[in-house]
Design a protein around this ligand. Sequence first.
Ligand code: PMP
Length: 350
Amino acid sequence: MSKFWSPLVKSLVPYVPGEQPKMANLVKLNTNENPFGPSPKVIEAIQSELNDSLRLYPDPEGESLRQTIAGYHNVKPEQVFLGNGSDEVLAHIFYALFQHGQPVLFPDVTYSFYPVYCGLYNIEGKTVPLTDSFEINPEDYKQPNGGIIFPNPNAPTGRYLGLEHVEAILQANFERVVVVDEAYIDFGGESSIKLVDQYPNLLVCQTLSKARSLAGLRVGFAIGHPDLIDALNRVKDSFNSYPLDRLAQAGAKAAYEDEAWFQKSCNGVISERERVTEALEGLSFEVLPSKANFVFARHKEKSGDSLSKALREQGIIVRHFNKPRISEFLRITIGTPVQNDALITGLKTL
Ligand code: PMP
């Protein structure tokens, strides 16, 4: 920190992303990437964009991709907002759609970027405790607020909230925007997108980083009432008019044109998740029911910290959070069958 830093930056507490180690041969189960990789059609589409057109700016509106996503989800293109990963979409949401001056509500155990955005924009964040079984209770969201955000399934717990409960939160908060962050929805949950035409206060955020295995391409989007999308576009055009480059737009579009790959990938993750869950339970872990591409598990005797360090020594990386309520847990991304076998074998030796 030096005299050149602005006072605003001096007070920032940034997000700490999961480790991206450089060494090969590690069993990397720490950042919820999809081990099955993107559709070959995505690679082809990106390769066909590698030409002289790169001298031109991309379409600032991402019209063609928005049409594809809108068609896929049965909404209108003007209900779709694109961003450079859903992290960027979320940043714009905090700025554009939450009533600054009143607390934004989110669960006490949740995605740790939310408090960071509160800090960035000087918004008050108020945590709402999950129940003892780490579930969101809609009743707890009946209190004055400047907006509400929660992931569904929640991260890092993996617990899913049924749509009737999402609706209960929406109905209790007609005057506020409710954001459902669906980064992990495709691994067994039901999307709230089907509710957007009924609830003008609902915004659903999704990403291509997980089920479509494109974390490196950085594409996310929000779907909601066109009025909410207009607000997000105002912020986008005051920040970066071209969040998605030509390669990202082409690759993302192709990802939606290979439904068979998408289904196979999701089903592969789901069946491995069930297998890993059973194996962990057999090894004295309590595993929270997950509808995500990871499981959240605690050992009945051994500490989360010691287990994550011991696995690391075997070249297996999982995520451990040194935070209240969850320090005994490991968040384990579902990998390929071979990676998952390595995890199970590794744990058996500890
Ligand atoms: N929301 C949640 C709940 C997440 O876990 C993540 C991934 N870390 C994101 C959003 C952001 O995903 P991305 O920026 O890759 O779209």
